[in-house]
Design a protein around this ligand. Structure first.
Ligand code: SAH
Length: 355
């Protein structure tokens, strides 16, 4: 496999690499990276995200956005932003449902922040004719300086993390090296640092740190504060750190070995919502959540929306709507209601719905 060969050569030349560098290359290497080459989403892909499960998800987020816009006083020139839009399904459902509020559509311009050129093309095909003003940028810092309503689903879990493992009462960074037989192998950096005095974690504990998440959330918070608006962040994650490894690879809806099929499987880590929240505190924006996705979607009325959709549906369609609803709000291990969390930040005086 090309990417495995590339990693081995890189490590032999430069020494072991961090988990963050490994994740970055596995997902986004310009030639062999997962997002550049594979179709990750949907039944035929490797994983299914909430917008791909049901139109209800994007529709409710659309209504959430309109509510924010009303609360902002219906500004006439505002950007509606999605970061990491995947196949563009959330934005498509959002734009379709909000068409019924022409003043909202007339006031927004849509900005899609996406790093994968391949996904940009798919997004263009899907939403290109749903709004007259849509642009694509690769980086959040390229966005216009104006009021914003921003959403992202399953962006942060795809961002590269560093991992630190406690061994013999010291913290070591986990690295990827090459062993004597020439195979990729996880190692711990020989450099170590002592725990802080109040650190009671045991040997074997793992801490995960995502510097890029911090950069992105800080940029979002400073824009919300500066230009007014709100942001909604939804992801697979936790509020209380359990000091364990959450990095996993997913291929064809099944967990696979991270070092097998590098570049062919999705790699993600659970998002530390406590850490995200901490970055924003003190930035002069209000923080809401994180609460569970199930609670958030119920608060927004997903059950009412499901009933409405079922009114004119066949028996088969009704069963599909019920099972999608369960997937989105249910508490089980295969359901997203409890595992996924929702966090919002808003400028002064704007209280987002759903919390
Ligand atoms: N939101 C979509 C897709 C989630 S997958 C859904 O819910 O279906 C993660 C998405 O984030 C992909 O589109 C990927 O290309 C994009 N992405 C990854 N890193 C990014 C970054 N640093 N900036 C913007 N987009 C990024």
């Amino acid at each position: 496999m090309a990417l495995e060969k590339y990693l081995k050569e890189l490590i032999l030349q430069t020494g072991p690499i961090s988990m963050a560098e490994f994740m970055q290359l596995a997902l986004s290497h310009p030639e062999y990276g997962y997002y550049k080459t594979r179709e990750p989403f949907g039944l035929k892909g490797d994983f299914t995200t909430s917008p791909e499960i049901s139109q209800m998800f994007g529709e409710l987020i659309g209504i959430w956005c309109v509510d924010i816009w009303y609360k902002m006083g219906c500004p006439k020139d505002i950007q509606l932003i999605e970061i990491g839009p995947g196949r563009g399904t959330l934005m498509a459902d959002l734009l379709r449902i909000t068409r019924h509020i022409p003043d909202f559509h007339d006031s927004i311009s849509v900005s899609m922040v996406e790093t994968s050129q391949r996904l940009c093309e798919i997004q263009r095909d899907k939403i290109g004719n749903l709004h007259p003003r849509i642009n694509w940028v690769a980086n959040i810092s390229d966005l216009a300086m104006k009021p914003l309503i921003l959403v992202c689903n399953e962006l942060f879990d795809a961002l590269p993390i560093h991992q630190y493992v406690k061994q013999n009462a010291k913290w070591h960074e986990k690295m990827l090296g090459v062993n004597k037989s020439g195979e990729l192998e996880f190692t711990l950096s020989p450099c170590a640092f002592s725990p802080s005095p109040n650190d009671e974690t045991k040997d074997g504990s793992v801490v995960e740190i995502c510097p890029l998440a911090k950069v992105i959330i800080e940029e979002i918070a400073s824009r919300v504060k500066e230009y007014s608006g709100a942001a909604l962040i939804i992801d697979y994650g936790y509020v209380k750190c359990e000091y364990k490894n959450t990095l996993s690879a997913l291929s064809k809806h099944t967990h696979s070995d991270i070092l097998k099929s590098i570049g062919m499987a999705d790699i993600s880590a659970h998002v530390d919502f406590m850490a995200l929240g901490k970055v924003i505190v003190g930035k002069n924006v209000e923080v809401y959540g994180a609460i569970s996705q199930g609670e958030f979607l119920r608060n927004l009325g997903i059950e009412v929306r499901a009933d409405k959709l079922k009114e004119n549906a066949s028996e088969k369609q009704k069963a599909d709507i019920n099972s999608a609803l369960q997937r989105l709000v249910g508490n089980g291990e295969k359901q997203m209601g409890e595992l996924f969390k929702v966090l919002s930040l808003a400028s002064d005086g704007i209280v987002p719905e759903g919390f």
